[in-house]
Design a protein around this ligand. Structure first.
Ligand code: SF4
Ligand code: SF4
Length: 459
């Protein structure tokens, strides 16, 4: 432990001795009730979202095969990478903002790693008993009870992991297809591989790696300390009130030389990352409030005021609102950019490629002809009909489909020939090809070049 870290001097430090297995004691209380309800809501959202249909298709789907992301009425393609950038920037700044205000509440209350870790711990407690019984079971030699309990625990953990993997995969493969394939045992070997992979990830993370992910692997835990300020609300032990700590009898007057901490160690036993909050602010703390709930229950038993361990900021002032400006402005700016992008986004894209193998050819009417490939991508969620036209129709004529229908997400390739009705003034003439979406009358124009040679062949 870093000796410079004391409750009076709450610098962030790393606890050195928490690499052994942690047997988390279950705890009820105010913050855990909030956390439980929040987790139930988040889990329900996670499960239900892939089943929501919008306009005849899955409302949220990251279709890996088609390389598209559908979000209700919007379908994003690889070309729309900018919007992903903006969304990630907003999400990152929102996380930094919350961290600056309330420390690692994301980790303690909403991070999937914590939610699954708690679910796995809940299953373990139901099968193996309390944290102490679990420890005794681990240290006992192999016997029937141990084998039965361990087998049932791992079986349920694996079942939960499989369920998690299936739900997760339904964000990438249409849910109706995925579940139909699973129930009919017709899952492709590729999909089976991914389901097993995510099942293994969930099982290893939730059952074995647990808090080690937060302690050693999560990059967020490493840089969160740079966002803390004296105004950040963090879980803290009130050392002035608690010290000097020491055991005592219940229903007896408090010893005059003692503070309120009865040194019961309950706050350490319930901590999912195995730290002692009384040592001061430690980077492992995920701000989950378990120690506060545990301590409040002890304070109640001794008829002391609650809040010996509580969420608190070192410094609060009237100018606290100023800390909202920087992050608030950035989040607002990028959110407005996302909305503006959404409102002005094209629903189709066109590219024109001139046939480079033949510069030009002369047709039976004695006109110069050039060939082009016109690629149209329909980015909307309905089939669309488009009309093609050329800028200088008195000089050029289009041979081929000038009206065509493209299915949603389809890249339609239209090979056309353009002929010049009379000799152009220049050897190479710039032409503009205009594609109009019939339903919305939105149009896009692509420039290309028409080659006509030395024109001696024109009548
Ligand atoms: S110290 Fe308290 S708030 Fe921090 S992780 Fe442990 S139990 Fe949660
Ligand atoms: S739970 Fe409260 S009383 Fe018990 S050791 Fe922790 S701080 Fe002290």
């Amino acid at each position: 432990m870093n000796s410079s870290a004391t409750p009076q001097n709450p610098v962030i430090f790393q606890t050195k001795d928490i690499d052994q297995k942690i047997y988390v004691r279950e705890q009820k209380g105010y913050y855990q009730t909030i956390r439980r309800y929040l987790n139930v809501i988040l889990l329900a959202v996670f499960i239900v979202l892939p089943f929501i249909q919008y306009n005849g298709h899955q409302a949220i789907l990251f279709n890996v095969e088609k390389q598209t992301l559908t979000l209700f009425p919007v379908t994003l393609y690889p070309h729309d990478l900018l919007i992903f950038g903006l969304i990630f920037i907003v999400a990152a700044f929102a996380l930094f903002y919350v961290t600056r205000l309330y420390g690692r509440v994301w980790c303690g209350y909403t991070c999937p790693q914590t939610i699954w870790m708690l679910m796995f711990n809940w299953i373990e407690r139901r099968i193996e008993g309390s944290h102490n019984q679990s420890k005794v079971l681990d240290n006992s030699s192999i016997n029937v009870e141990k084998v039965l309990k361990k087998t049932s625990k791992h079986f349920i953990w694996l079942a939960l992991s499989l369920l998690t993997s299936l739900i997760f995969m339904s964000y990438f493969v249409p849910a109706n297809e995925l579940y139909a394939d699973v129930f009919n045992a017709e899952v492709s070997s590729l999909l089976q591989g991914w389901i097993i992979f995510f099942m293994a990830c969930t099982y290893i993370n939730g059952g074995w790696v647990k808090e080690k992910m937060c302690l050693h692997m999560c990059p967020y835990s490493r840089f969160q300390s740079v966002m803390f300020t004296p105004k950040t609300t963090l879980m803290a032990y009130n050392a002035n009130r608690g010290e000097s700590r020491g055991p005592r009898q219940r229903n007896q007057p408090k010893p005059s030389n003692k503070g309120d901490c009865v040194d019961c160690n309950l706050c350490v036993q319930v901590c999912p990352v195995g730290i002692d909050i009384r040592d001061g602010l430690q980077y492992e703390c995920i701000n989950c409030g378990l120690c506060a709930d545990a301590c409040d229950s002890v304070m109640s038993k001794f008829n002391y005021a609650k809040g010996l361990i509580r969420y608190a900021a070192q410094k609060k002032s009237d100018s606290d609102w100023k800390q909202h400006i920087g992050y608030g402005l950035i989040i607002a700016l990028f959110s407005v950019s996302i909305v503006a992008w959404g409102l002005t986004r094209d629903t189709f894209e066109v590219s024109v490629l001139r046939d480079r193998q033949v510069l030009y050819r002369v047709n039976s009417l004695g006109q110069a002809e050039n060939t082009y490939s016109l690629k149209t991508l329909n980015k909307s969620q309905n089939s669309q009909t488009y009309t093609l036209s050329i800028s200088d129709s008195s000089l050029f004529t289009i041979k081929g489909n000038t009206t065509f229908t493209v299915q949603p997400g389809e890249h339609y390739v239209n090979v056309i020939t353009i002929a010049s009705k009379k000799a152009p003034e220049n050897t190479a003439t710039t032409i503009d090809l205009k594609v109009t979406e019939n339903a919305s009358l939105k149009s896009t124009t692509q420039a290309s070049v028409f080659y006509s040679g030395d024109k001696t062949w024109y009548n």
